[in-house]
Design a protein. Structure first.
Ligand SMILES: Cc1ncc(COP(=O)(O)O)c(C=O)c1O
Length: 409
């Protein structure tokens, strides 16, 4: 082993990218920008170049970078208590769960850390519910999921992904999942039976390219699950907490699922915080020792999560997302036929299909980066726009102008 060396001078972006490539697993292909500072919607790289962050950590930064109220809550908590594990109680967790209940309308919270853990937790709770409450025969519970889903990277979760890159080489996978096409109620109805513990869906499929189902689909899923005596689990890890113009994306169809999975923005872009929220009839199936996490519900996470719920309490961020979402939608409509083939917009969240003749999504993202705008490609020539909800109208219009410039170059 060699001792870590003290460095005489800060390393350049190129040097840091080379060093990452040597020292880190290659499970990502980041844009070639090395961010060192950020505030609000703007980030700065190590050479001092500024970029508008139009990805916002896949919605983990809904309130922008280092929102003062969230940073203050974190600092205050760092000076007081950071971790107990749930072997003991801590004085921040009850308030966090009470605030989440007030915000979402669900009586109980199961706190976890990452999104994938919330999904895994939701699956466990649904299966336990199926055996204890619905009376499904032992080990026979099934969960129906949608094609083109994205619910995280654990082995169970990639086992029911339909993306070959996500799943191939990682089997064998857990049984008990049925995949149906998204936005297809007859197929869903067909797949649901007496073994069905739950239907697990994203109300808007983010990674798939911001795919918005037809009006009536989510209400239909609610009706199918209710009729079949199965739970409806909405994965709102990316779509929830203001992104689409409402606290939860299911509100667009006034649908109340049985369980909602939250993550990303719940940690305010500061700490990983996720949660399963549900009624007592559902989350009440868990007893001591049946599930847990050393870090889940830690006081630092709870303090930041509480501050997040307080930001969302007034509805101001949800309103901003709805209003500025209309600006985003109009801006993208204006680019249709000028490099944009189609787009889908819900709140401040858009999937934009660029004419493949102009480049891949990756190439467009790199050109936008040179123009000072950071976005992320999804598949093919589709890029995704999801700026912090704190973005101003002028900043959003500026980003749209940069996109127009890239498409017309
Ligand atoms: C809908 C959805 N579910 C789950 C996840 C997984 O979250 P995490 O990366 O925090 O594990 C993501 C991440 O992009 C997501 O978009």
């Amino acid at each position: 082993m060699t001792a870590p060396t003290a460095r005489a001078r800060p390393r350049s972006s190129a040097e840091l990218i080379r060093a990452e490539s040597t020292a880190l697993a290659h499970n990502y292909h980041p844009l070639p920008v090395v961010v060192s500072h950020a505030e609000g919607v703007w980030v700065r790289d190590v050479e001092g170049r500024r970029y508008l962050d139009m990805l916002a950590g896949y919605s983990a930064l809904n309130f922008g970078h280092r929102h003062p109220a969230l940073v203050e809550a974190a600092h205050r908590q760092l000076d007081q208590l950071t971790l107990t594990s749930r072997a003991f109680h801590n004085d921040r967790l009850a308030g966090f769960a009470e605030n989440l209940a007030a915000l979402t309308g669900f009586a109980m919270t199961l706190p976890m850390n990452t999104g994938a853990e919330a999904v895994e937790s939701g699956i466990k709770v649904a299966r336990k519910w199926a055996y204890d409450v619905k009376g499904v025969a032992p080990d026979r519970a099934t969960i129906v999921v949608a094609a083109d889903n994205f619910h995280g990277r654990t082995t169970t979760v990639v086992g029911f992904s339909t993306d070959p890159v996500a799943r191939e080489g990682f089997g064998p996978f857990a049984p008990g999942f049925r995949v149906v096409p998204y936005n297809d109620l007859p197929a869903l109805r067909e797949a649901v039976d007496e073994t069905t513990a739950a239907v697990l869906l994203e109300p808007v499929q983010g990674e798939a390219g911001v795919i918005i189902p037809d009006e009536g689909y989510l209400a239909g899923v609610r009706a199918v699950t209710r009729d079949a005596g199965a739970l409806f689990i909405a994965d709102e890890i990316q779509s929830g907490l203001g992104r689409t113009g409402t606290t939860l994306a299911v509100e667009h169809e006034r649908v109340v699922p049985d369980m909602v999975l939250l993550g990303k923005a719940l940690g305010g872009g500061i700490v990983p915080v996720s949660a399963v929220v549900a009624g007592r009839d559902v989350l009440g199936v868990l007893g001591p020792g049946q599930h847990g996490s050393t870090f889940g519900g830690n006081p630092l996470a709870a303090a930041v999560g509480t501050a997040v719920t307080e930001l969302l309490r007034t509805g101001e961020f949800q309103r901003r997302a709805a209003e500025l979402g209309r600006v985003l939608d109009a801006g993208l409509t204006a680019l249709t036929g000028r490099g944009v083939l189609a787009h889908r917009c819900r709140g401040l969240w858009a999937g934009v299909d660029i004419d493949p003749a102009l480049g891949t999504g990756r190439e467009i993202s790199e050109r936008l980066m040179s123009e000072g705008v950071l976005v992320k490609d999804t598949h093919g020539s589709t890029i995704r726009l999801a700026p912090p909800l704190t973005i101003t109208r002028d900043e959003l219009v500026w980003a749209l102008d940069r996109l127009a410039a890239v498409l017309s170059a």
